[in-house]
Design a binder for this molecule. Structure first.
Ligand SMILES: [Mg+2]
Ligand SMILES: [Zn+2]
Length: 158
């Protein structure tokens, strides 16, 4: 089985712009490329799990969401870092099982990618992320509370 790091997207990989729908406005958090390369070398799959209620709200189209995710994939690929999967919840209030803090996206990924959740980690900038990780049965969850999180990540992690 695989171990994974589940990553929120907005405020975790890229700067949080509410309802971002334009891939040209992507800005990465400092140190994130180096940190993901480190996690890859530690043997973790990298899996993005992102709430995107802007779709339900009519503020983001599926095409725009795909453009943003494809740009992120491309930018990391240039540094030889690949994502094993990107999962998004397009819902808002329909009581779905995927919108964090529900653990649905992590559970689906664990089946799709043969992930051992008890060896996996959740990282996000919201308590919803942490709760989703805990409810999915992850070993650990890290809350991003400051800009420099990824720059000091290797030391935190060891
Ligand atoms: Mg976030
Ligand atoms: Zn959902």
């Amino acid at each position: 089985m695989n171990k994974a790091v589940f990553l929120d997207r907005d405020g975790t990989i890229i700067k949080n712009i509410p309802y971002l729908n334009d891939y040209t406005k992507i800005e990465y958090l400092k140190g994130v490329f180096k940190a993901f390369d480190f996690l890859k070398k530690e043997g973790f799959l990298l899996v993005i799990v992102t709430n995107q209620s802007g779709i339900k709200r009519g503020l983001i189209s599926l095409e725009q969401l795909k453009e943003i995710n494809d740009q992120i994939i491309k930018d990391f690929k240039a540094c030889e870092v690949d994502f094993a999967g990107i999962y998004f919840c397009p819902h808002l209030d329909e009581g779905c099982e995927c919108r964090k803090p529900e653990p649905g996206m992590l559970l689906t990924a664990s089946k799709d990618l043969d992930i051992d959740l008890s060896q996996s980690i959740m990282i996000g900038d919201s308590m919803r992320d942490i709760e989703a990780g805990e409810r999915a049965g992850c070993k650990e969850a890290f809350l991003i509370e400051e800009e420099g999180f990824w720059e000091s990540f290797e030391e935190t992690f060891k």
